[in-house]
Design a protein around this ligand. Structure first.
Ligand code: 6GU
Length: 248
C-alpha cells in the first residue's frame, strides 16, 4: 500500500516512520510519501491560505495551491492499458463522516491512500468537489472534538489501517478479537503475578476451562459495553445467553 500525505507541517507526520508503522515501511508493506503543500506555491511568501468569502474568522486554504498539488500527486489513467492507479483521497475534517473500524478495513483494501491535511478553517470546498469527479473522496472526522489541523487525524487513520495489513502485526490469530470487530468493547486482561498488591486475577482465567473462560470474557465485554457505550449494544449481534446477562 502507498500512503501520501500533503501538509504544511511535514515534520508532524514523522511518526509515520516510527515503531509499528516504520517497521511496515522497512519491510516494504507500505510506502510513505510526505509532501509540503508550500512546494506548490509560486509567491515569495509561499502563502497557502486567504480570507473567507462571506466574512468570518480564520483563513481558508486556497484551491489554486491544492489543485496543483493533487494534479501532481494523482496518476492519470494510462491511455492504452487503462491502468487506473487513482488513490482514495481522504480529507480529515471535524465536519466529516465519523471514521470507524469498518472504514479502516475498507481503506486497508486500497492500493493507494492520499491524505489532504487542512489547517485553518479548512480547504476551499471546490477542491473536494472537483476531485470527486475523477476519484473516490471521503471527508472523515476522528471524533467529536476539534483539532487544529488534520495531521494528527492522519496518524490515527494510518495506524488503524496499517495494522490491518497482512504481515504488520505478525503472530496474532486475527483481528477478530479486536474491540469493535464484534461490535462490543473488549473486556479486561491480566498477566502474572497471580496476586498483585492483594488483588487476585479472576479465578476463572486460571481454570483451564475454555468454554467457561470464553463465556466469562463475553460477559465482561457485554457489561463493559452496557456501562460505557450502551448505544453499541443496539447494533451488536446478541444471542440468548447475552440477553440473559444484560437483563440481570
Ligand atoms: Cl479529522 N480534523 C480536525 N481538524 N479536527 C478534527 C478531526 C479531523 N476529527 C475530529 N476533530
Amino acid at each position: 500500500m502507498r500512503l501520501d500525505v500533503v501538509t504544511v507541517f511535514p515534520e508532524y507526520l514523522a511518526p509515520l516512520r516510527l515503531a509499528l508503522l516504520g517497521r511496515a515501511v522497512d519491510r516494504g508493506i507500505v510506502e510513505v510519501g510526505i509532501h509540503d503543500l508550500r512546494d506548490w506555491t509560486h509567491d515569495v511568501h509561499r502563502s497557502v491560505d486567504d480570507t473567507p468569502f462571506g466574512g468570518g474568522p480564520g483563513m481558508v486554504m486556497r484551491p489554486t495551491v491544492w489543485g496543483e498539488a493533487l494534479d501532481d500527486l494523482v496518476p492519470v489513467p494510462h491511455p492504452d492499458t487503462g491502468d487506473d492507479d487513482r488513490p482514495l483521497l481522504i480529507v480529515p475534517t471535524p465536519a466529516g463522516r465519523p471514521f470507524t473500524q469498518s472504514d479502516a478495513h475498507r481503506y486497508a483494501r486500497r492500493r493507494h491512500l492520499l491524505f489532504a491535511c487542512g489547517r485553518y478553517e479548512g480547504i476551499d470546498q471546490r477542491v473536494v468537489d472537483e476531485a470527486s469527479e475523477t476519484m473516490d473522496v471521503e471527508e472523515v472526522s476522528i471524533g467529536d472534538y476539534v483539532l487544529i489541523g488534520g495531521e494528527v487525524a492522519v496518524l490515527v487513520i494510518a495506524e488503524a489501517v496499517v495494522r490491518l495489513l497482512p504481515g504488520v502485526l505478525g503472530n496474532r490469530r486475527s483481528h477478530e478479537e479486536d474491540s469493535f470487530s464484534d461490535g462490543l468493547l473488549e473486556g479486561p486482561s491480566y498477566t502474572r503475578p497471580e496476586v498483585w498488591r492483594d488483588r487476585a486475577v479472576p479465578e476463572v482465567l486460571k481454570s483451564g476451562n475454555h468454554a467457561r473462560i470464553d463465556r466469562w470474557r463475553r460477559d465482561q465485554s457485554l457489561r463493559r459495553t452496557a456501562e460505557r457505550r450502551p448505544e453499541l449494544l443496539a447494533r451488536a449481534e446478541l444471542d440468548t445467553p447475552d440477553l440473559a446477562l444484560l437483563a440481570e
